[in-house]
Write a protein that binds this ligand. Structure first.
Ligand code: FES
Length: 339
């Protein structure tokens, strides 16, 4: 698929919480925007070629705007994307946007949905809340933050709080005073689905305490953060885990990639991605982040032992899909289905 890019006008920038802004993007001519589903994100394409992903927080029923939430991550903990948004994206500017795309789907048939957000992780979940509210579905959100000043979209959430659908857990910086995950996740009610998004420590803890939930009922999304098993914050001067993750991607061994149903086969050398090799040979596969973090290049494969290196695919997807911008093949040949 060829990447769709559209210029959008920045209509509003709002201070949502400490170091968190929301950006409201609209069609410059006032038209409707492409539809999206809750959990979707947009790409912001910077002039220097960088692409960053930000989740949409506004209701999917509102086709007149996209509202994204951005947390300012200062060096050395970030790659500079959010700093660039804070410094360069202002009201009245036109920005180059790709998407929307969704790797974090909401199951609207669930009997009940339970959400856990940490900080800026509220962004995709808020969109889901709006959708469930619209269709009259049962849900509860636990919002974890240090203090009130760190709660993004607080006015919107307080409306849900009045109905008992949002519970705030403000721990003052001490996780022991925060949400009791062991208790909250101990006994999943039948038909309940769990969604979470937040900083690595919280993500790791939720994964641990929900490991007994039925298969297919637990959904989560990283926002460009490291897997929870890895140390989350490097010391000053050290690369972040995301930077290390990207650095690691250049390392690999060579193998063949073949296209199913054709006699096309190409060599993928150790220092090149499968995606770049396929694109170079005329195959239209979308490329966005190039780092296994956005899902744009998701491709079906039918043969080969894949070494998954992305932060997007769910375990149940890995048997059939690969993100060829980062992942490698452990066997001699990988066969992809581009039909
Ligand atoms: S281009 Fe973003 S995951 Fe491959």
């Amino acid at each position: 698929m060829v990447k769709q890019v559209m210029p959008l006008f920045v209509r509003r920038v709002t201070y949502e919480a400490e170091d968190i802004n929301s950006y409201e993007l609209v069609d410059p001519d006032g038209g409707e925007l492409p539809e999206f589903t809750p959990g979707a994100h947009l790409d912001i394409n910077f002039r220097d070629g960088r692409v960053r992903q930000y989740s949409i927080s506004s209701p999917s029923s509102d086709r007149m705007r996209y509202r994204i939430g951005v947390l300012k991550v200062r060096p050395p903990n970030g790659r500079g994307g959010s700093m660039a948004v804070f410094e360069r994206v202002h009201v009245g500017r036109v920005v180059s946007i790709g998407g929307p795309r969704n790797n974090f789907l909401l199951d609207e048939t669930a009997k009940k949905s339970m959400f856990i957000a940490g900080g800026i992780g509220i962004t995709p979940l808020l969109c889901m809340l709006h959708r469930l509210e619209d269709i009259g579905a049962d849900f509860v959100l636990h919002y974890c933050a240090k203090a009130k000043k760190n709660v993004a979209f607080s006015e919107e959430l307080e409306k849900f709080e009045a109905d008992g659908k949002v519970i705030f857990h403000l721990d003052g910086g001490d996780p022991k005073r925060g949400i009791n995950l062991k208790k909250e996740l101990a006994d999943p009610e039948e038909g309940t689905h769990l969604y979470f998004c937040g900083p690595p420590g919280l993500m790791g803890a939720i994964k641990k305490f929900s490991s007994h939930w039925p298969s297919g009922t637990v959904h989560y999304e990283y926002f460009g953060a490291p897997p929870p098993s890895e140390p989350p914050v490097p010391k000053a001067g050290q690369p972040t885990k995301v930077e290390e993750h990207i650095g690691d991607l250049a390392i690999g061994v060579g193998f063949q990639v073949a296209v199913a149903g054709t006699d096309e086969s190409y060599e993928v050398p150790p220092d090149r991605s499968i995606l770049d090799v396929l694109i170079e040979n005329g195959h239209n596969i979308e490329k966005s982040c190039g780092a296994g973090m956005c899902g744009a290049c998701k491709t079906r494969y039918v043969e080969g032992v894949v070494d998954h290196k992305d932060l997007v695919l769910r375990d149940e997807e890995k048997a059939n899909y690969i993100l060829p911008c980062v992942s490698r093949c452990k066997s001699e040949k990988l066969v992809v289905d581009l039909s």
